[in-house]
Structures are given as C-alpha cells and as structure tokens.
Design a protein around this ligand. Structure first.
Ligand SMILES: [Zn+2]
Length: 405
C-alpha cells in the first residue's frame, strides 16, 4: 500500500511503523504504490484515503476533520489591492485547528496497529486534537506539555480526559526538548504505545494527514494551485507536509505547476527565517521573545525539511513582529468575519509585509493557511476587544437609538 524510504541511506521497507531509518536514523519518507484516487463518497480527509498510510479505511477514527472552507478575501482583498487573496479556514476543524487532520490519521493508525495508548508533547493545539481523537477511539493518552501552556488550550485538552504532565523547562531549553522526545520514544517502545508528535521527523505517518490541506485547495481553486502559499511555521512540519501535498497532486497529473511556499514566523522566535537568510541549516536559538502561542519553537524538529520546501518551490521566509500579527488578527475579524488565533494571523501580516516590499505584485493567487480558531487564545481575543466600549443603557433608550439610526 505504502513504502518507507530512508532519505540518507539505501534502506527501504514495504510499509511498517518505523518513524526513522533503523539502519542510520535518517528521515523516512512515505510513498504510495496505489494510484491517487479521490473517494467522493467519504467526507473530509478520508476522500484522500488512497494517499494516507492506513491499510484499511474502516479503521478511520473521525470527528469530521478536513473539508474546510477556502474563502476569497472580500474587503481585505480590495483594500490591499490583492484580489486573488484567499483564506483556508483550518479553525473550522472539530477541535479548532489543522492538527485534527494529523490526529485523525495518528489515532486511526493507533487503532489499526493495536497500540494500547498514545503519548505526545504539545503546547496546545496538537494536544487538544490528539486528546479528542483519543477520546473518540476510547484509548488512554499521556500528554507532556509546557509549564506555561495557554490556559484556554490547556482547559480544552483536560476536557478530553488524558493524563497531562507539565515538564520543567520544556519549551525553554532545546536540550530538554530533545531529551523529552528521546524518553517518550523509549516509553512508547517498551509499553506498546503510539508516539504522536506533530513533526514529520518524529511521526511521519500521522503527519501525512496535513498534506490534505493542499489537495483540498487545488480542488477548491478548480484544479489550479495558488501562486503563493503563506504558512505559519513553528516546527516546520506543516509547511513541509503541505509542499508534499502539492508535489503528489502534480505527480497525479491534477495540476500542471507548483506554488511558491512562504514560511512565516514571529520575529522574536524565527530560527527558520534566520537559517534561510543566512543560507545554512536550521540551528536552535537561545530563547523565544514572541508571545504568539503555537509557533514558539526554538529548535524546530522539521526545520531543515521546511528549508528544503522553500528551496524547491522558489519560496522564501518572512518574520513578522507580534504587533503586526495582532493588527492582522483584528483585521481578519472586522473586515472578513474570520475569528483566527494570532498564530494564524501571522500569514496575513506577512502578506502585508511582502506587498509593502514589492515581493508580491498584487496579481497573484495567494492562499493563507489560517491554522487555528480565535478561541484558542482568549488573552489575544480580549486584547482585540479592548477599545470597543460596551455602553450600558435602559430598555426605553433602544427606541431612541433606532430613530437616530
Ligand atoms: Zn538510513
């Protein structure tokens, strides 16, 4: 059904669950022998089951993920003089972020491979997604999170019922991050648990779910890819997986060209942008000075895969200040009716920066992956509400308001 190929040595396997090459530890790429077909009888990501690493689609665990809207920008497209601007609303997924596409594939594989539980690290959206699908499948889970996880995200995770532990210094110290993953791999192997981390280098099978965003967008644009795709980037896996999606769609003859991929990071936490600008591999940065939750990774596990996608696609990398992100978040809500979390809004902030610098001309078809819904970060949501006063009135005053328009 699918094959695993090491990108470093000559190791290959016809399927299986290896998340890294057993010979050399290299990155394992997943490819498919069967033709790419779309099953129009199935909803969301399962329409593309021919390109997902499950033996039997009957094992699918679903909450209705995928099939999210691609909205052409209205007022913002006119205001920016970019009529081809589009927004992919990943906040419309069941737990409010694109991570559901990954969790659905990961938990479905857990069921198919007979694992007893899942274990994951996450600061929020991935944890909520994996916990929700775990609850749906009725399997227990262990989530290892940061000490300073956003309160709304943590509340959502706890509601689904996994065991949650906060790891001291996780998210501050790249060495703790590496050790956490290594220890997680060890307990998963010895307990027959499934390790679900939303990085291609750690959980390549589950991450196949993310590429379905690109498939959908090509279909939603009537069989054309966008010219430029803007993606918020923390670990780099979403951008790398999205690029894989476009490549597979073209290999199947469904589009005849590929888009330019743009990695968007927050200025205070931008190891991938720094590496791109310097023309070198991604190196961990000393600390994170951005408040944009969800993309605060100082040592991006898929950073070099993301760089490769930028190179291969003729793309680029942009860092945006937090203030520009908050403005973009408010604009999305007020001008388009789209309530997105700050991490998602970085994409629009980057489009603005590229229009200002002339990197975008204005005649391109541009798609922004809006990765999560606004409820994910209630501190930022309250910030948007500041300056909008709520006046207290008496009931009789309502008629007078109507008369004055
Ligand atoms: Zn190898």
């Amino acid at each position: 059904m699918y094959a695993l190929t090491c990108e470093v040595c000559d190791w290959r396997a016809p399927g299986g669950s290896s998340s890294a090459c057993p010979k050399c530890g290299g990155f394992v790429e997943i490819s498919y022998q069967r033709p790419l077909t779309t099953d129009t009888t199935r909803p969301g990501i399962w329409r593309y089951a021919s390109r997902l690493p499950l033996q039997d689609p009957a094992n699918a665990v679903s909450l209705g993920e995928g099939g999210t809207p691609l909205l052409p920008a209205g007022r913002l497209g006119r205001a920016l003089d970019l009529p081809g601007l589009h927004f992919k609303l990943e906040g419309a997924n069941p737990t409010g972020s694109y991570k559901d596409r990954i969790a659905a594939v990961g938990i479905s594989r857990l069921r198919e491979t007979g694992k007893a539980a899942w274990a994951a690290t996450s600061s929020g959206n991935a944890g909520a997604a994996i916990a929700a699908y775990g609850a749906r499948a009725g399997v227990p889970g262990h989530l290892f999170t940061l000490e300073r996880a956003a309160p709304a995200k943590l509340a959502q995770i706890l509601a689904y019922g996994p065991t949650v532990r906060a790891v001291a210094r996780l998210g501050y110290d790249p060495a703790v991050e590496q050790t956490t993953w290594r220890n997680l791999r060890a307990i998963c192997d010895s307990n027959n648990w499934s390790m679900l981390v939303t990085a291609r280098t750690l959980s390549p099978h589950a991450m196949e779910g993310a590429k379905t965003i690109s498939y959908e967008v090509c279909e939603q644009l009537g069989g054309r890819p966008p010219d430029v795709v803007y993606i918020p980037v923390g670990g780099g896996g979403l951008l790398s997986a999205s690029w894989k999606g476009f490549i597979e769609w073209r290999a199947a003859g469904l589009i005849d060209r590929l888009p330019h991929m743009v990695a968007v990071q927050a200025q205070g936490c931008d190891p991938i942008v720094q590496a791109w600008a310097a023309g070198r591999p991604v190196a961990p940065i000393a600390g994170c000075e951005s408040a944009i939750s969800g993309i605060q990774l100082t040592a991006p596990p898929d950073g070099d895969l993301a760089l490769r996608a930028l190179r291969e696609s003729g793309g680029w990398a942009v860092a945006v200040p937090d203030e520009a992100t908050y403005s973009a978040q408010a604009e999305l809500a007020a001008a388009e009716g789209i309530f997105a979390e700050p991490a998602a809004a970085t994409a629009l902030a980057a489009v603005r920066a590229d229009l200002a610098s002339g990197r975008l001309r204005g005649d391109e078809t541009v798609a922004c992956w809006l990765t999560g819904v606004g409820f994910k970060d209630m501190v930022a949501a309250q910030r948007m509400a500041e300056g909008h006063a709520v006046e207290r009135i008496q009931v009789e005053q309502i008629l007078a308001l109507a008369a004055s328009g």
